[in-house]
Design a protein around this ligand. Structure first.
Ligand SMILES: *[C@@H]1O[C@H](CO)[C@@H](O)[C@H](O)[C@H]1NC(C)=O
Ligand SMILES: *[C@@H]1O[C@H](CO)[C@@H](O)[C@H](O)[C@H]1NC(C)=O
Length: 426
């Protein structure tokens, strides 16, 4: 006897699998699930290629489970500072006003950096320096004069244009999932956190994402401050690194304030630090002194952010964030030749991508919060990301299932259980 599946059964099965996949529907809120998930991406200019490369691995692991989905369908919050804020917007903004897909996949983010990095970090006075090169004076005094003139180092025009072109008029309230992007108001001297969670009460924060991105990435000494007005409020913004170069703690705080008592799953990605310079290339050496003289108050905010982030997450927040739910992927031994956040030469960008790929096969490192030394664990970052993908996928299915049962007016508490292999399909 031939076993042909009846057309009806086939149809029903397809419908069911589409339902389980959720038609790439937005992730139902954490109240339907067991966890709140956060993706957090540090600042670091062109070194953003490193976390984007790591994210590409996770994105592909999730797409292998359900090709219709993107990172925004799994994370309740995507948070980023500076270059990480830019990435956050690209991963969370809809491709068009009624699309459920983001503008970019992580792999397209890497392509974005590679294509436009050289234009974003094109020296302002390229022409002048070229002419100087032909001049008769000896190089050193000429260079000193020219260096002092070029603060900030870049005019930011290209970044402004490309950001506006890509993000169009999309506002914070239109993102596919919640975003949390810190920035710093250099006039009022306090951090401004662009967060979907705050929009209910702070409507003036519903800015265009392009303005949010230009704010968080206006790295002092590299790019000019970004000024704009929204809803009658004036913003004079500099880089979110002035508030928190690693935004994980900010994102965790937003979640705890607004989503109740759920266990947190946190993936936090760094942009690489060299063994002896933890601030990495946050500041451009030449412009640093001049800027420091003018802005000491701003600078002091930035100094302590990253180690203290680990410290607070492991101590104050340990109840919300068990150790096993916190994955930090960072290159703690970046080759000093790759430290500059503005070296967008093709060779350096290729090297940064390789750092990201190599990180996948390295051991997971956990910071010892007594001496702030990274301690290797016995699994690789890729293995940890695979496990995270399993958890995120199971969480998404669980929420979709509970939500659909609620729609059919069946009580969902206590009737559905996630077994350890995820949700069984039957
Ligand atoms: C966004 O839309 C463009 C044009 O419609 C398409 O080429 C691109 O693949 C889309 N990107 C994503 C991530 O879906
Ligand atoms: C987002 O905000 C804009 C401007 O305030 C408003 O016109 C729009 O309806 C809002 N959209 C959503 C999805 O809330």
């Amino acid at each position: 006897m031939k076993h042909t599946m009846s057309p009806f059964l086939l149809f029903a099965l397809m419908l069911f699998s589409q339902f389980m996949a959720g038609f790439n529907t937005p992730l139902p809120p954490p109240s339907y699930g067991d966890h709140v998930s956060i993706l957090s991406i540090d600042g670091g200019g062109i070194r953003g290629i490193i976390p984007a490369t790591v994210l590409d691995y996770l994105d592909k692991a999730l797409k292998a489970k359900d090709p219709t989905t993107s990172l925004a369908h799994y994370f309740d919050v995507i948070s980023g500072t500076s270059t990480g804020g830019l990435m956050t917007a690209m991963l969370a903004a809809p491709n068009s006003s009624n699309s459920n897909h983001p503008i970019f996949t992580p792999s397209e983010v890497v392509q974005f950096y590679k294509k436009y990095g050289p234009d974003i970090f094109e020296p302002r006075f390229a022409l002048i320096s070229l002419l100087k090169g032909f001049g008769s004076c000896d190089a050193k005094p000429c260079r000193a004069w020219y260096d002092l003139e070029k603060c900030p180092k870049y005019d930011g025009e290209f970044l402004r244009d490309i950001t506006r072109k890509i993000l169009k008029d999309t506002r914070l309230n239109q993102t596919l999932t919640n975003v949390v992007i810190p920035s710093f108001d250099e006039r009022k001297l306090y951090p401004v956190i662009f967060s979907n969670f705050k929009l209910k009460t702070e409507t003036y924060l519903n800015a265009k994402l392009s303005d949010v991105c230009l704010s968080t990435s206006a790295a002092p000494t590299y790019l000019p401050p970004h000024q704009f007005e929204n809803d009658g409020v004036q913003f004079d913004m500099v880089d979110g690194a002035m508030a928190a170069n690693n935004p994980a703690l900010v994102a965790v705080s937003e979640v705890i304030q607004h989503t109740g008592n759920k266990e947190i799953l946190l993936l936090s990605l760094g942009t690489g630090i060299t063994a002896n310079n933890k601030l990495g290339g946050i500041f451009d050496g030449v412009c640093q002194l001049q800027w420091l003289l003018n802005s000491y108050g701003v600078f002091s905010e930035a100094l302590y952010s990253t180690d203290m982030t680990h410290y607070y997450l492991a101590t104050v927040f340990s109840g919300f964030l068990p150790q096993d739910n916190y994955l930090r992927i960072e290159e703690y031994n970046l080759d000093p030749s790759m430290e500059d956040m503005d070296d967008a030469s093709p060779k350096n960008m290729d090297k940064l991508e390789k750092v990201g790929k190599n990180l996948l096969s390295q051991s997971v490192s956990r910071i010892n919060i007594n001496n702030f030394v990274p301690v290797p664990l016995d699994q690789t970052n890729a293995q940890a990301l695979d496990r995270l993908a399993d958890k995120l996928y199971a969480e998404r299915l669980l929420r979709l299932k509970r939500k659909s049962m609620e729609k059919r007016r069946r009580p969902f508490i206590g009737t559905v259980e996630a077994n350890s292999n995820g949700i069984s399909a039957a």
